[in-house]
Design a protein around this ligand. Structure first.
Ligand SMILES: [Ca+2]
Length: 481
């Protein structure tokens, strides 16, 4: 029987997958000056690693064309990807990305020359093509998001995994293993000397004694103590009086990192309707967020609180002592992931953004979930004598549809392109390539499993890939016999 098979050189398939992965915008936005703000920035360690590692294969498959051409094509590819980021939502071009891509390609060319500069080829048979297509479809059908962002965040998580796994990031287990308690209370009554502030935060007249005053460009490092790295139950309560809204969220108290670990209590930037929100890092690498129903008004002292119970998986918001729950995005976790970052009042803990403009007072953090009754009591004990205007309530309690970050056709193109590339590598003839892919996949799944438990979607993806790889090894053995 004639078996149809073809030998293909891997350079064009790899280039196609790379363009699909990096250069096709997942959603478009008009070019703007903000996108250029990070042009000279260096980025996270994972950026550097991903940029170099991602382009080594490009250098390897292009090397047979000669070093100058190979690096030239790689530079053009990277340049294309960076320039499309100028009008891609949530992405911004950076010279450093381009430079590290070219460096990666150069390393790839060097490796290929050491091995003799041969063409990297792949023998495609009907069976392999079918296996590749089946795995790609399976994973695409499972709906796992593996765009560049998601993959980079996974890499970030993995770089950080040893610290988390070895518990080098201390966590407060009260409220998880034991009864919680009041962990911190900032009254701001002791005067400015007690504040560890940046850009000189001030004081204002508070709801009781004095209050912290922030002008939208300063903040306070409230605590770097382990006490505030809460792993379990939590209550954050505060009096706030916002003076101005910006076009960003206004952070009240937060330990959240860019890996979306920790917690974040803030007023949203929702245009025309600024509500309260609380966000928790969950064990699947995503967050759970509860949004409030009341519209937070300017120049009005408002009592705000958020509670989280690790036991009952409740995540609630309160405004002026009353429950204020609107919609919940994500799944409330059975424990919080800690970030290890200092707890900050009035700014996102990591990025220079999400400042608070106004006053806050009597900020309390508990490692227990206060009941609705206890929250009402806390409010009643401090409420001002003068009655405030009631807040406008949103009738809508379902979340507004999130902006499509992964429009169907583009998303599928990218997903299928990536999977085809992985499957191609995993199933390709050379044993060492297959071995390396499988070993990498095994380490990946192991680490994710250790850090996040079996609930994450990634292990499912990875298990599928391992199965596909093992089946291909078996198939190859059977043929040899
Ligand atoms: Ca006070």
């Amino acid at each position: 029987m004639m078996r149809s098979e073809r030998i293909i050189v891997l350079d064009w398939p790899l280039i196609a997958a790379l363009v699909g992965f990096t250069a096709i915008p997942l959603s478009l936005e008009p070019p703007n000056a903000e996108a250029l703000a990070g042009f000279w920035s260096v980025g996270f360690a994972s950026d550097v690693i991903a940029n170099i590692l991602g382009f080594i294969p490009v250098g390897v498959v292009l090397a047979w064309r000669g070093p100058v051409r190979a690096i030239g094509i790689a530079a053009a590819l990277s340049g294309l990807a960076e320039s499309t980021q100028f009008f891609s939502a949530d992405r911004s071009p950076a010279f450093f990305d381009f430079a590290t891509n070219v460096l990666g390609a150069g390393l790839g060319v060097l490796c290929a020359q050491i091995w003799g500069g041969r063409k990297v080829t792949f023998r495609i048979t009907q069976r392999r093509a079918l296996a590749g297509a089946a795995v790609a479809l399976l994973i695409a059908a499972s709906g796992v998001l593996i765009g560049p962002r998601a993959l980079q965040r996974t890499l970030d998580q993995l770089l950080d995994a040893p610290a988390t796994t070895l518990r080098l990031i201390p966590a407060n287990q009260r409220g998880l293993d034991a009864r919680g308690r009041l962990e911190a209370h900032w009254s701001f009554d002791e005067g400015e000397g007690a504040l560890e502030g940046v850009n000189a935060p001030g004081l204002a007249e508070g709801i009781s004694g004095r209050a912290l005053f922030l002008n939208g460009s300063n903040y306070v490092i409230a605590s770097s103590a382990e006490d505030l790295q809460l792993a379990g139950d939590m209550t954050i309560a505060a009096w706030i009086r916002l003076d101005a809204f910006s076009d960003e969220d206004a952070t009240i108290l937060s330990t959240m990192s860019h890996l979306e670990r920790g917690y974040n209590f803030y007023v949203t930037e929702e245009p025309g309707f600024q509500a309260l929100a609380v966000e928790l890092g969950a064990n699947n690498g995503l967050t759970a967020a509860r949004f409030g129903r009341s519209e937070i008004a300017l120049d009005r002292w408002t009592f705000v609180a958020a509670t989280y119970s690790a036991e009952t998986l409740d995540l609630h918001l309160f405004v002026d002592g009353q429950e204020d729950d609107a919609c919940l995005l994500g799944v409330t976790p059975a424990r919080q992931t800690v970030s290890g970052l200092d707890a900050r009042l009035g700014r996102h803990p990591e990025n220079d953004m999400e400042y608070f403009h106004g006053a806050m007072d009597e900020v309390r953090v508990y490692s227990s979930a206060l009941s609705a009754f206890e929250i009402a009591e806390l409010y009643a004990a401090e409420r001002p004598a003068m009655e405030s205007e009631p807040l406008r309530m949103n009738a809508e309690t379902s979340c507004p549809p999130a902006p499509a970050k992964d429009p169907t056709i583009m998303g599928w193109l990218v997903v299928v392109g990536q999977l085809a590339a992985v499957v191609w590598l995993g199933l390709s003839g050379q044993g060492w390539v297959r071995g390396a892919v499988l070993a990498g996949v095994a380490v990946f799944v192991g680490l994710r499993w250790i850090v996040y438990g079996p609930l994450s979607a990634y292990p499912v993806l990875v298990v599928l890939l391992i199965l596909a790889g093992m089946l291909s090894v078996l198939a190859a053995r059977v043929r040899e016999v």
